[in-house]
Design a protein. Structure first.
Ligand code: C5P
Length: 205
């Protein structure tokens, strides 16, 4: 069983994907980490994240790099968003994600294009969202030292870049269930996510 969870930054999709993976006893891949690894690799090489060839050259990183806590930083998120618009980068990371999705037993993957490009055949698809204001507040409460206004501006810029790119833009798959977490606690959002997945599984049976 493949479960695809997509949505913008700080929508709660990562938390929901991890909870779904635990609930259904499936392995989970946070695909954002792959783009973060590429972005950080480019920066480490002293290369230009907006240059497609430079970004493509950083795609062959070892899996161990995904454990680097630095990848979770806001700076790595911005670099990821800049390298992720290059078609060569998306192509280089495609097989890695498809192989993870198609492993025996299935998997949960979260990202931006899982339901549309990586696993269009997924058994269940969620598009997790929340207002930009709520997402910025969450990041602020998570202890980021930057002022709220700067975090909000960053989130809006990332939304524009991720939704506006020509290759695999962020958008809800036609057959994905929408889950707006703006006014939900984490527990309520997870319960709702499980209910939506169950509905889709029943419908597809
Ligand atoms: O989800 P996360 O914030 O870690 O993703 C970082 C960036 O990586 C996103 O802003 C997006 O540009 C890119 N990304 C993507 N496709 C995915 C996952 C992430 O383009 N499947």
């Amino acid at each position: 069983m493949i479960i695809a969870v997509d949505g913008p930054a700080a929508s709660g999709k990562g938390t929901i994907a991890r909870a779904l993976a635990a609930h259904y006893h499936l392995p989970h891949l946070d695909t954002g980490l792959l783009y973060r690894a590429v972005g950080s690799g480019v920066a480490r090489n002293g290369a230009d994240p907006d240059n497609e060839a430079d970004a493509a050259a950083a795609c062959a990183f070892p899996d161990t790099m995904l454990d680097d806590p630095e990848l979770r930083s806001e700076a790595a998120g911005t670099l990821a968003s800049r390298v992720s618009r290059h078609p060569l980068v998306r192509a280089a990371l495609l097989e890695r994600q498809r192989a993870f999705a198609s492993q025996p037993g299935g998997a949960v993957l979260d990202g931006r294009d899982i339901g549309t490009v990586i696993a269009p055949e997924a058994d269940a698809k969620l598009f997790v969202t929340a207002s930009a204001d709520i997402r910025a507040r969450r990041r602020h409460l998570q202890g980021q030292s930057r002022p709220y206004d700067i975090i909000l501006a960053d989130i809006l810029a990332r939304d524009t870049r991720d939704s506006g790119r020509s290759t695999a833009p962020l958008r809800q798959a036609k057959d994905a269930a929408l889950l707006d977490t703006s006014n939900l606690t984490i527990d309520a959002a997870v319960r709702k996510a499980i209910a939506l997945v169950e509905e889709q599984l029943k419908r597809n049976r």
